[in-house]
Every structure is written in C-alpha cells, then in structure tokens.
Design a protein around this ligand. Structure first.
Ligand code: OXD
Ligand code: MN
Length: 571
C-alpha cells in the first residue's frame, strides 16, 4: 500500500475505509441520504445530488500535466517539482476530520489482456458512488498496486480558486482537488482512460480515444462496427444507442451499443479492435427524452443511477430536465436546490445544461453482447463529428488516411455546456480530444499516422455534422433516428456498394441520389461548401500546423498543400 499510504498521511483523514463490497456501497448510500448530501428519488435505487454552483463542468483552466517539457498547444504544463509542491500544499490535511475512501477498480474486462487497474483515494462519497457505476470495483487492483493508476481526490475547502487537476503521466498518478464535479473528479474517466491511457498507448502502440463504439445491424453487410469521436455534449450517447427511424427499423436496421464515451483501440493483424473500458454512462441529461434517446431513457428508468444537477419534480419525486418531453412540473426543485411553485419557463433552465446521469451500462436495452468480450470490436469505420451551424457538410469521407488525420486534427466545433466558457463559440477541437491530450499533439498525429501504416485495409474514416442551420436558424437535419441514413451511406461506401461519391473540398461527399434524404430536406442545405469560408479555414489550419513546429508530420503539410491547390482550382 506504499503508493497510497504516503497520500493518506499527507491528507490526514480521520478514518480510512477500503470499499470493495456491495454492502459498503449500500451503507454509503444510506449515509449520503441521512446526512442530506443526496436524496433518494422514485427511480429505483437512485440518488440525486446537486453540486456547488461554481462547480458544474470540467475545468480545462484548472487541468494540468506535470512536465518539464513544452507539450505544445492545449496542454497546460507545470514543472514537475513545482507540481509536486502544489500537491503537497493543496492536499496537506485536506481530509482532516473526514473519512477517506479507497476505491480499487479495473477498467476493461478482468479476463482481458487490455485491462488496467486503478486505485482512487477520495474524501467524497459522491465520487465513490459514481466510480462504483463507471468502473468495476475489485480488490484485484490492490494486488497490482505497482502498475495501477493512483487517483487522489479531495474536496478540501472547495475553494474554486484552488481547483486543480494535476496529472503525473509517467508516474501513473492523478490529483484532483477543490472540485466535486464529474470529469474533474472521477479519476477513472478522462484522467485515466484518456490522458494517462493515451500516453501509455503511444508507448505501447495503441490508441485511447474520446469515442463511442457501436454496431449497426443492417441488410447490406449484416454487422458493421464503427467508433465515433464527437466533442462533449454533441450527441455521442444518442448516436451510440440510437433507434433507427421506423422506416429503417422495418427494413431490418438496428443499432447495438458497445460504449458511449471512451474507446481503447488496438491494432492486431492489420485490423483495429476497440474496447470500451468503462462500466457505465455519464450522459448529459438535458435534451434526453423518449423521442431523442428512448434507449437511454429506458436505461435510466431501470435504476441504480445517480442524477447530478438535474431538477426534480417534487410531487412525483422524479428527475426532470429541459427537453425531457414532459410538462414543467407544478412544483420543481431546481439544480440549485430551490423549490419553485408553478415555474415560469423564462426563469429556467431549472436543470443545469450540463446536468448528468450516471447509469450502469448493463441497463442499456441495446447493449451489444460483445461489450465485455476479450476480443473487442473489430472496426469497420471511424467517424469524427462536430457541431457547426454553417459550411461543414452533413457527411464526407476522407480520401485517405493522411487526409483523415488532417481533418480530425483541424476539427472545429461550437463550444457546449460540458466545458466552462461561452457556449456556441467555434473552437478548434482536434480529434474531439482537445481537453484530454497528455502528450504533444504533433507526436499524437505522428502516432495516428504510424498506426495507420500498420493497417490493411485501413478503416474508412468519415466526418459528420448533424447541426447545420438554415437562414431561419433552424436545424436542417432531423438527426437522432434519421442519422441511420448517413450510416447507410457510410456502410455502402465502406463496403463498395456505393461508388458514386463526389470529390469536394472536404473529401468525398455523397452524390445527390446516393444518400436517402427524409422528405423536405434539401441536399444543397446539407452539402454546399463556401469556397471563401474553406479558404479561411485553411488559413487557420495553417496556423495550427505551424504551431506544431518540427513536430508537425510532413504528410499533413502535403494534405494541406493539396487542399490549397484544390481551392485555387475551384476559385
Ligand atoms: C464527458 C465529457 O463527461 O466529455 O464525457 O465531458
Ligand atoms: Mn466525453
């Protein structure tokens, strides 16, 4: 226990409990209810928490990697010695007169080669209860302490100015302090499964990505596996477990889900295999309804869930949020824990826009039976998505692997409530990984190119944008179950059934008659590309590539130059 003991000594809790048993979790649930930290809802075995109003989203500002090297764009670094001093300062006595919980867990299946262990020390019952859903608690982790990722989390004084999430990548250690919100504190999630794992993956020849894993069962090829990276709060959970529209369901289309947030991807014999290392979902609640995501709604209602910062219908004792598809409750408890009678819609939102539901993955009615298999999912196609009101096509296919890496590296998306900052502003989000990089992006791009070289055939790579708006600011594409039409084109194109693609500035787009559009939706509204906008985009891309300096792979400069040349031809 040496790797943990020194931090217990530093944090100085009153008592230490090692959590390995179901009955301890039950007791902890009773404890949080008795002490008013949470409330039991009428969803079976489910709890409602609300966080501090200043602690409602992942904080990129407070997230750092301890390193003496410059790690390039988007990674905030703190010199290692300084970071160690910071840990000492921030955690000293931080758990005084509190209970510290030790949560040993595994990511990935216990019987698979890809599994990794983690051990988290925390003074937050909220963290323990969430981690027990998202990860598999097992004392096996305590037997592999040397190679486990150690997470130390303390609410400390919850002083927002002292919020920090510090990663020591090589030492496999993460520290999170003065916060008690999801992605900052569930150290198994972004900190381990993406930041630490992607660095391990670079050294060991695999990838850790911000991707869902899904299987489309279809009349064209039977089973088709895709992974998809979308920035936070852009519909990954909806896409991961979508119900195809009725028309397609009747024709035999369905989707099963392997995971909704993180994929560890391994090359084997020239193919790529994806594993979801998590055991639960941490989905955005607002907008989730019977019509947008019936499978997630049904998973939620099965119970065993944690609701964070949703509102509550006081009369029914049920969670409520904007877009749930039910009327405003007569008596509502807001995410700020205030009760309002006959709420006026204008005073909302009553659920925080980034409120979340933590759900056991096995609740998912369309969970793919292979989700925990040790073989993983053999990938047929990789998708990247973004949220953009203008200019970016509904779907396109990269012409080759280098172009795929280029377009993923230069992805831009409107900011959502999942991050602190102004919603709606377009920001560069390479690979939908911007907040999760732990090593230089130039090296990350080189790693993707190298992995690509080992593949045969290389999976096709597509880019999607469900969020184009018309001149009245209305979404052009209906999305949700109709996204199956795009997946149909993806499958037909990958399998060579469709060959009528059109060369565009953004890769290959569907020919007009090759993508089945819902009635009333116009092809032009989805695929028109403004050359001037594209040129501007190339200028921004050029700044980014230049910022990578000598670390920018030559292949990406070649793609860039050929796009510039294409642009000139069109002009
Ligand atoms: C998440 C996120 O919580 O990406 O999954 O913010
Ligand atoms: Mn995510």
């Amino acid at each position: 226990m040496d790797r943990i003991k020194k931090y217990i000594d530093l944090c100085n809790p009153e008592e230490v409990q090692v959590i390995t048993q179901e009955n301890q979790l039950k007791e902890l649930k009773n404890f949080v209810i008795k002490t008013g930290l949470a409330r039991r809802l009428s969803v079976p075995d489910s709890l409602w928490f609300c966080s501090n109003p200043h602690d409602v989203a992942r904080s990129e500002e407070a997230t750092v990697v301890a390193s003496d090297r410059d790690l390039g764009p988007y990674i905030k670094t703190v010199p290692v010695n300084e970071a160690r001093c910071l840990v000492k300062e921030l955690f000293e006595n931080s758990m005084a007169s509190r209970v510290a919980y030790i949560v040993p867990y595994v990511m990935g299946s216990l019987d698979s080669d890809i599994k990794k262990f983690g051990v988290t020390l925390t003074d937050s019952p909220y963290v323990v209860l969430n981690m027990a859903i998202l990860n598999k608690v097992t004392d096996e982790a305590l037997k592999s302490l040397d190679s486990a990722v150690i997470g130390v989390h303390s609410m400390a004084s919850m002083d927002p100015t002292k919020k920090k999430i510090i990663h020591f990548i090589e030492d496999l250690e993460v520290f999170s302090v003065n916060t008690n919100y999801g992605g900052n504190v569930l150290t198994g999630k972004k900190c381990f499964s993406l930041r630490i794992a992607s660095s391990l993956g670079r050294a060991q020849g695999w990838l850790a990505e911000h991707m869902l894993v899904s299987v489309v069962h279809n009349p064209i090829c039977g089973r088709f596996v895709f992974t998809a990276a979308l920035p936070s709060a852009c519909g990954k959970t909806n896409l991961a477990m979508m119900n195809p529209s009725e028309e397609y369901a009747r024709k035999g289309w369905s989707v099963t889900c392997g995971g909704d947030d993180i994929a560890w991807i391994f090359p084997k014999a020239g193919r790529l295999f994806a594993y979801n290392p998590e055991y639960g979902f941490f989905g955005v609640a607002p907008g989730t309804s019977e019509s947008s995501n019936p499978n997630f709604m049904s998973a939620i209602l099965k119970g065993g869930c944690i609701f964070t910062n949703t509102a509550v219908d006081e009369e029914l004792n049920l969670p409520w949020w904007e877009g749930i598809g039910k009327p405003y409750p007569h008596k509502i408890r807001t995410w700020r824990n205030e009760v309002i009678i006959n709420p006026n819609k204008e005073e909302g939102p009553f659920a925080h826009p980034n409120s979340r539901v933590t759900v056991p993955i096995e609740n998912c009615p369309v969970l793919d039976p292979l989700w925990r298999s040790s073989e993983g999912f053999e990938i047929d196609a990789i998708l990247f998505g973004c949220r953009r009101a203008a200019g970016y096509p509904l779907v396109f296919k990269a012409r080759n692997w280098a172009e795929a890496v280029y377009f993923a590296a230069t992805l831009k998306s409107e900011r959502t409530s999942a991050q602190e900052g102004t919603v709606g502003v377009l920001r560069h989000d390479p690979f939908a990984m911007r907040p999760f990089f732990s090593y230089h992006i130039g090296d990350y791009l080189r790693h993707w190119l190298t992995i690509g070289e080992s593949l045969s055939p290389q999976p096709s790579v597509y880019f999607v944008n469900w969020f184009r708006k018309d001149s009245n600011s209305m979404f052009v594409w209906p999305g949700f179950g109709e996204n199956i039409r795009v997946l149909e084109w993806v499958i037909k194109t990958t399998k060579g059934v469709s060959t009528a693609c059109i060369d565009s500035l953004y890769g290959l787009i569907p020919a007009r008659d090759d993508l089945s559009l819902p009635e009333g939706v116009l092809y032009e509204h989805l695929f028109t590309i403004d050359v001037d906008d594209f040129e501007k985009e190339l200028e921004e891309n050029e700044h980014f590539l230049k910022a990578l300096g000598s670390k920018c792979p030559e292949e990406l400069w070649s793609v860039h130059e050929s796009l510039k040349a294409m642009c000139k031809k069109v002009l």
